[in-house]
Write a new protein. Structure first.
Length: 479
């Protein structure tokens, strides 16, 4: 089976389009398009099945100076070949047509004992060597210390406009050496600047090894007898500084913090790299390398050699507006991120339920009733029902909090939240819980005493705001 590298958008005529049949009385052949110095497959068809003893068919080029034939893609071309057809078959094995010219049409004669001769034909077209990068795109981007990028040359047939018809292998007895031009070796070098296209194959590859910032045009130098294609004649390698990635377009509640990742666009070089993070307003937003340390307006993070990421913490001191912060490092492109500051508060929920779901924030219509909890006296014997108080930012639009707004208290801030039961004869609860710095929750216990209803609620501590939802839990005690 002949293997080709498919080209995006290429019309593979012989593979996908119906081929007209040139018919004799008993022997016929597909009409094939083949490019100069390349080869393409064909078959012949017999009108009557081959007899039990088999059948030898002879193919002869009507113009050996322009068209040769071979028994296989790894066989040399000649003016005449013979094929042995299996008993009872109606098609021949695949054979190859090799073009020595780039224009016109050449026929070949098909003959066999006791059969009427037939004709086959090949349409001759120009050939070219095209060059492809990753995903067959017209160019690719990389960084000075990035991994080498694979570059592939492919032998193809061209139409009259110089555009690609299909890829075709090089003739078996005419391997090619193709020079690859690199316009800017300072930006990067090719691992091999000369590639060999072996007979019977249509592709060969090398690698572009980036070195410094800049653009380089990489092109195949057309060997003798090949034409310059109207497409895919070259690709552009763009070598740029690697990027930095930081958290951005996030919301953060006052006196809360969130972990964030710093990502390098490529591994840190020998000796590591120091990245500087700077807040545009340190009175409202600070940055810290540790979750238990209060941050500052400027932070330096060292990423060790060979690593590509580091953890940091964003801490909010303000409760409104947006604050930008930036990241920069030698040899990397700078990056900025935006943090939306909001008020923060506390919500309470049964441990089995968890914090309110995101629908409490994103659903714009309808009621948002607090979820009622049912506590069984029998099930609670020796095991009080657990509730959880969560710290969370309050959504700017809805004034509500949910599971995705839960965030830990920032370093240096703790919160004591007062709790009560509206009907302590039905159930009691701890009088208060304290959420420590770096944590986003504290557990409290509800002890059911008798059947009835009560409401478990919290009081918002000073310095925080009260969300519109989930500051109380309707609770029913059953047997």
């Amino acid at each position: 089976m002949i293997r080709f590298i498919p080209l995006a958008g290429v019309l593979a005529l012989w593979a996908f389009a119906p081929c007209p049949i040139l018919a004799g009385a008993d022997l016929s052949a597909e009409s094939v398009t083949v490019a100069r110095n390349l080869q393409a497959p064909a078959r012949i068809t017999v009108g009557r099945p081959v007899p039990p003893e088999g059948l030898q068919v002879t193919l002869t080029s009507d113009d050996p100076s322009r068209l040769l034939l071979s028994k296989g893609q790894d066989q040399p071309g000649s003016a005449t070949i013979s094929l042995n057809l299996l008993p009872h078959s109606v098609r021949s094995p695949e054979f190859m047509l090799r073009a020595l010219a780039a224009t016109g049409s050449v026929s070949y004669t098909i003959s066999a004992p006791d059969r009427e001769s037939g004709k086959g034909a090949a349409t001759l077209v120009p050939s070219a060597i095209v060059i492809l990068g990753p995903l067959k795109a017209p160019g690719f981007s990389t960084t000075p210390r990035g991994d080498p990028t694979k570059v592939t040359i492919v032998s193809v047939a061209l139409n009259s406009e110089g555009k690609i018809l299909q890829d075709q292998p090089v003739a078996a007895d005419s391997p090619l050496e193709v020079q690859i031009a690199n316009s800017n070796p300072v930006a990067g070098k090719l691992r091999q600047s000369t590639l060999k296209l072996a007979g019977g194959f249509s592709s060969a590859s090398t690698y572009f090894e980036p070195a410094a910032e800049g653009d380089s045009t990489i092109a195949a130098v057309q060997p003798a007898g090949f034409s310059t294609p109207a497409e895919r004649a070259s690709i552009i390698a763009t070598v740029t500084k690697p990027a930095l990635a930081i958290a951005g377009d996030i919301f953060l509640g006052k006196d809360l913090q969130t972990p964030a990742s710093l990502i390098l666009g490529e591994n840190a070089p020998p000796g590591g790299v120091t990245v500087t993070l700077v807040s545009a307003d340190s009175s409202r937003l600070v940055l810290s390398a540790k979750e238990d340390s209060l941050g500052s307006g400027s932070l330096k993070i060292t990423v060790p050699a060979g690593e590509h990421s580091a953890l940091y913490f964003i801490q909010a001191l303000g409760d409104s507006g947006d604050v930008a912060y930036s990241a920069s490092a030698p040899g990397f492109r700078s990056k900025s991120g935006l943090v939306g500051l909001t008020a923060s508060g506390f919500v309470i929920a049964s441990e089995s339920y968890g914090p309110p779901d995101e629908g409490n924030v994103k659903r714009k219509i309808g009621n948002h009733p607090d979820r009622e909890v049912f506590v069984s006296l029998a099930a609670a014997k020796g095991r009080p029902e657990k509730f959880v108080v969560f710290s969370a930012y309050i959504d700017r639009e809805s004034g509500r909090s949910a599971d995705f707004t839960v965030q830990p208290l920032r370093a240096g801030v703790s919160a004591t939240v007062l709790l009560k039961s509206s009907n302590p004869e039905v159930a009691t609860i701890n009088s208060q819980v304290t959420i420590k710095p770096g944590f986003n929750r504290a557990i409290c216990e509800v002890t059911p005493l008798k059947e009835g209803k009560t409401v478990i609620s919290l009081a918002t501590p000073a310095g925080f705001s009260t969300p519109k939802n989930s500051t109380s839990v309707p609770t029913t005690v059953t047997q």
